[in-house]
Design a protein around this ligand. Sequence first.
Ligand SMILES: [Zn+2]
Length: 384
Amino acid sequence: MAETGVTDCGMSEDRMSKDRMSKDRMSEKWTAGKGIAGEGMTGEGIVKEGMAGEVIAGKAFIGADIGGTNTVIGLFDERGLPLGERRLATMRADPRHPTSDPAEFIERLGQEIQALALAHGYRDIAAAGFGVPGWVDTASGMALDASNMGWKNVRFAEAMSRRLGAPVYIDNDVRLYTLGEAAAGAGQGCADLVCITVGTGLSAGIMTNGFLVRGSRLLAGEIGHDRVDGLDAPCNCGKRGCLETIASAPGIARLAAEAVRSGKSTVLAGTERPITALDVFLACQAGDAVAADIFRFAGRALGRKLAALAFAVDPQRIIVGGGVAAAGDYLLQPIRDELAVHIPEAEWRPAVVSGKLRDKAGLVGAVRLAIENWTGERGGIHDE
Ligand SMILES: [Zn+2]
């Protein structure tokens, strides 16, 4: 993984930190306010016990990406360099009690984090950042609605902070993906970025002038639920015809099943189980024109929304990540083609590229969130 402590984005890291601090303000609200930040820490910092038993001053940070299926936890040093990683299945709330508190999952996360830290000689961690899918309130540390996990109004950061005895910061997963790619991935050197993750769902992370855009209702970037003329499939959000109903893994799979049902000539017709987005990609590689058309249809619709977003925030680059981004140019080229229609002037048009850090982007973004907030609170990581 690339170094995350350094950025060549051409923007001031200091400014990025300060902005996030001023926007987040979560620290005062419940770390300093409740004294949690001091718990579990030994004096001026964390003490690391070396292999030979000597005690080394050093700080460990956690960056974690909570996905609908799996959660990945990374241990990092204070420069943001990775030390180790653990992966566990995400525990969902009991479907019979969709608003139940995910206390059990937080306890398990706490155990895994402590085991990971201990395995690398750290008794405690300094701070942790978590990417949570769905609607997240960074200031209160609450997961307002993480529907694919059945979480509603869960005080995640507060509970996790109590469990770890360290400050905990959270943000929406695609925003932390954006932060990660900006810091160490395909967005290095850019202060103005749009990142989209196309997977189970579709959403965008927007960075302008080095600042993550969250919006007045913390809903900035939810482009997956913008409706598209001519579409009518039901969406998970309860509406019909959302962009996500075609520009997502389930959307691609559904379009393929429809193509087969309508009798189109495609190798996908021979699939004996439910068709997946991966099947459609493999069919593209085998030269299947119908499969390529499916990506073109979804990519062009996505490109139209991205063109509107490009006019609004004028990003240097549009970074495409998430599972469906593995389709590469089958998805990216239609997006570029559509952007070229709406923004014919090449010099005004953002480049459309694949994410570089893949499933690590969220971890890198999460640990940056932790380190930057922690550093901001302490007035600098090195001035002890
Ligand atoms: Zn929707």
